[in-house]
Design a protein around this ligand. Structure first.
Ligand code: KG4
Ligand code: ZN
Length: 343
């Protein structure tokens, strides 16, 4: 596709998990609107995302979000140049709602369709903070993923390390559950961690291993066992110290392995992205370590409102995809396990 219109405007749709989001992005990174309808309250009583409930919410919200995104950006469908949509990875039923809406909208308004990988979206959220410089390394930390992705250029993604079991966000949510916190508990644990001390010294798995992979299930089990054993002995543990100890273990491993990977891969930029990149302890630790140890690398962390799932990040990737002529056919399907190639 070439953008035939004077204004380069993309309508982007994201429905891979529990947020229905529609954004209008102009000229690569200007976000004119970014509507995010969260369903978290509906899932909280189940302690996690219920896929069927998520799909139903997306159906109810998607057209409302499209209208709101257009209105807030003060544009009409005829002003648009293309429609972008997340087609994976994620919950298949949830993805299909966004994909169907995107296809119908694009077809009805005679616009090309740009397929976007959700994790690429998390990485390109960094464009709201800085121009991307290649080669770069991105640490994507979310509820479903923990991956180190090397990018030689725009649109070229290679996994150089990933979790062998739980994702970081998943571990946060599971230990939160053991402490009786509401789902998702990452933000609350982060706040508690700042008021406590690392007194439990939980394990730092794979810290010194000669690879860039991670493992968080041992840490999660150590945490849950500590809490359960104390309960059986009717001992009271300080929840703030528990939170601080858990976060210290997570942050130490993520920072150490990511910095080592950045050095080995000799990158110019390091991006920390995904829902867990909103973690204050993690942001601070990366800023401090990069300033101290890796001054030749530019560290970029997206603004807080673009760390969690949103459609603006999908729109930002779409410009890069379009420049490379990467468009979808009308038979584009959702791919719940869509993955980048491994190096
Ligand atoms: O990227 P995201 O919004 O959705 C997925 O694609 O998974 O990430 C959601 C995850 C949840 O597990 C949530 O607990 C976690 O991000 N999270 C945090 C923080 N804010 C959200 N984890 C740690 N610290 C935070 N401040
Ligand atoms: Zn996400």
């Amino acid at each position: 596709m070439t953008f035939s219109k004077k204004r380069k405007l993309i309508l982007a749709i994201e429905t891979s998990c529990d947020e229905t989001s529609v954004a209008i992005v102009e000229d690569e990174e200007q976000i004119l609107s970014n509507v995010v309808a969260s369903q978290i309250k509906s899932h909280q009583r189940f302690g996690g995302i219920v896929p069927e409930v998520a799909s139903r919410h997306h159906v109810e919200q998607i057209t409302i979000c499209i209208d709101e995104a257009l209105t807030k950006a003060n544009i009409t469908p005829t002003d648009l140049s293309a429609v972008a949509v997340t087609y994976g990875p994620g919950l298949v039923g949830a993805l299909l709602i966004g994909l169907s809406a995107a296809k119908v909208f694009a077809w009805a308004h005679n616009l090309p369709l740009i397929p976007v990988n959700h994790l690429a979206g998390h990485i390109y959220a960094a464009k709201a903070a800085s121009k991307l410089i290649f080669p770069l390394l991105a640490l994507v930390v979310s509820g479903g993923h923990t991956e180190l992705i090397y990018m030689k250029n725009n649109g070229e993604y290679q996994i150089i390390g990933e979790t062998r079991d739980d994702a970081v966000g998943e571990a946060y949510d599971k230990v939160g559950r053991a402490m009786g916190l509401n789902y998702p508990s990452g933000k609350e644990i982060d706040e508690m961690a700042h008021q406590g001390k690392d007194t439990f010294h939980f394990p730092r798995a794979m810290l010194k291993d000669d690879n860039f992979d991670f493992s968080f299930s041992g840490l999660k089990s150590a945490f849950v066992n500590t809490v359960h054993n104390a309960k059986q002995r009717e001992e009271k543990l300080d929840p703030l110290d528990l939170a601080a100890s858990f976060q210290a273990a997570v942050v130490e491993v993520l920072v150490a392995k990511t910095l080592r990977a950045a050095k080995v891969m000799d990158v110019k930029m390091l991006i920390i992205a995904g829902g867990v990149a909103a973690n204050k302890g993690l942001r601070k630790a990366f800023r401090k370590s990069v300033a101290y140890d890796l001054t030749s690398i530019k560290l970029v962390i997206p603004p807080l409102n673009l760390c969690g799932d949103n459609a603006a990040m999908i729109g930002m990737v779409a410009f890069a995809e379009a420049m490379q002529g990467y468009f979808a056919k009308w038979d584009l399907n959702a791919n719940s396990s869509l993955a980048f190639p491994k190096m």
